[in-house]
Design a protein around this ligand. Structure first.
Ligand code: AMP
Ligand code: MG
Length: 486
């Protein structure tokens, strides 16, 4: 069955978007369909794999009920405000209601120019399409709130960057694609009626409980702050570096979006930056929480006229919410970290103990993921990753103190180990493996892409046969930089 569309964003006034059909491509060929996600959305995976389905993914066919639009938004890019961005290479086909009762956007990415393309071609090379497929679905399997990938095709056409590259299109699925930058667009054009409609839409769609609040706009701001704090705490706990946390890349739904220059850290380095365009290290790993707060300040600014008539009063109220962010974030972060360290109870020295471990990791740039997985090994008898990682002597006294701390817990060692293995992945989407999958696909062979994707669907289950996919890069394999997905 094709998607059963049920569209709401297109009901908003025409100034929220431009009606824009996808631009057809020469010769689409299927890369992959996400069966599990298709089923959640009530779409038959076999239909997606049919000629009509493939042509839909490619943008050559617009299915019944789709009302294709490109949405408008603004945003701060690396700190400077751009008053008009918008979907320059994406087209929202429409929305569907999933089997879970939730509403989902079904959006094409790489589907040709729109009124918001500016100087761009509206297209995406195959590499960024595969990167987004692998990393978004790896994040979903880790349990991180994220936009997802329903399917991808090659286009049979070239995309011209520094060289000619094969093109691709993917279908992105998210609870919505409404960004902080969408609010900024209506605020900066002083379209208060539009802003009110947008607030109502987001509340109805994502935060219905806020409807009953005394001050819905303020309450919305608080809920979004908490959602994004929770999200970024999750990123930190798995070593995910987003790379381009511009306000147009932060969703009100609290899901991860835009897998351009993103990366999972290998060796622990709190200052890690991968993006080739992030010259000032604005979006370094350790800056992600503070940048989230900065982005939230932009959202708060846009909401001020709806928080109170008096500007000073509105600013003071918004500032209270913003000031609560660090504590809310730290609570969310330490909750995740306690899980990673196998601690179910809270003691005063825990945060210092955890920080000391990170400091030791950082001193030797030891592998973030394998170090935690190895800790799970030694929390009871186990040697899953011993062949890949063991702690150097410098950790001895720390491990002793951690074991003493664990002995004070009421859960037993076997339970602790099971819990640690379910929160500390063995497999992450390591940069060098993602790059290998892309390079082989450019040479025409997608088998490693599929193998890696399938492995990343079960990140918490160690498989000795796939040890290579859990292994950090050798020095010559380290990918220092990732590039923007444009
Ligand atoms: P991003 O850096 O991916 O968040 O994109 C920033 C802005 O540039 C968004 O408005 C995108 O739609 C637009 N954009 C990025 N790549 C392209 C492209 N190839 N063609 C047209 N617009 C693009
Ligand atoms: Mg973007």
């Amino acid at each position: 069955m094709a998607p059963q569309f049920n569209n709401s964003y297109v009901q908003l006034p025409e100034r929220f978007f431009a009606r824009q059909a996808p631009v057809p491509v020469a010769d689409p060929a299927l890369i992959r369909v996400n069966h599990e996600l298709a089923e959640l959305l009530g779409i038959d995976p076999a239909w997606l794999e049919s000629d009509e389905g493939i042509n839909t993914i490619a943008g050559n066919h617009v299915p019944v009920g789709a009302e294709p639009i490109a949405t408008v938004y603004a945003g701060h890019q690396f700190g400077s405000f751009n008053p008009r961005l918008g979907d320059g290479r994406a087209i929202l086909l429409g929305e569907v209601i999933g089997n879970d009762g939730e509403r989902y956007d079904v959006q094409l990415k790489g589907s040709g120019i729109t009124p918001y393309s500016r100087n761009g071609d509206g297209r995406a090379p195959l590499g960024p399409i595969l990167r987004e497929y692998l990393v978004s679905e790896a994040m979903a399997a880790l349990g991180v709130a994220t936009s997802r990938t329903l399917a991808a095709v090659t286009t049979g056409e070239g995309v011209y960057r520094e060289q000619r590259l094969p093109g691709g299109v993917l279908i992105r699925v998210a609870r919505s694609h409404i960004r902080i930058g969408t609010f900024q667009y209506f605020a900066s054009t002083q379209d208060l009626d539009g802003l009110q409609l947008l607030i109502d839409h987001v509340i109805a769609r994502h935060y219905p409980a806020v409807l009953d609040a005394d001050n819905p706009a303020l309450s919305l701001f608080e809920k979004v702050s908490q959602q994004l704090a929770t999200l970024v705490a999750h990123w930190q706990s798995v070593g995910f570096i987003h790379g381009v946390m511009n306000t147009d890349n932060m969703l009100l739904s609290g899901e991860t979006i835009d897998f351009g220059p993103c990366a999972f850290m290998d060796g622990y380095d709190s200052a890690a930056v991968y993006s080739s365009i992030d010259h000032g290290s604005r979006y370094a790993y350790r800056n992600q929480p503070a940048i989230t707060q900065w982005n939230l300040a932009c959202l708060g600014q846009s909401l001020l006229p709806f928080i109170a008539d008096d500007e000073t009063e509105a600013t003071t109220a918004a500032q209270v919410v913003l000031n609560a962010f660090p504590e809310f974030y730290l609570n969310a972060y330490f909750e995740r970290m306690r899980d990673k360290f196998g601690l179910s109870e809270t003691q005063e020295e825990d945060e210092a103990l955890m920080q000391e471990f990170l400091d030791l990791l950082e001193t030797g740039r030891h592998d973030f993921t394998l170090a935690f997985r190895r800790l799970a090994d030694i929390s009871a008898d186990g040697d899953e990753v011993a062949a890949l990682f063991t702690f150097p002597e410098s950790f001895n006294s720390w491990i002793e103190r951690w074991q003493q701390r664990c002995a004070q817990e009421s859960v037993d060692a076997a339970q602790r180990q099971a819990q640690m293995r379910s929160t500390n992945p063995a497999f992450i989407a390591r940069n060098h493996l993602v790059e290998q999958a892309i390079a082989e696909a450019y040479a025409g062979d997608f088998s490693f892409f599929h193998r890696l994707h399938e492995r990343l669907q079960q990140p918490f289950v160690y498989a000795a046969g796939d040890a290579l996919l859990a292994t950090p890069p050798k020095p010559h394999e380290i990918v220092q930089q990732t590039f923007c997905g444009t």
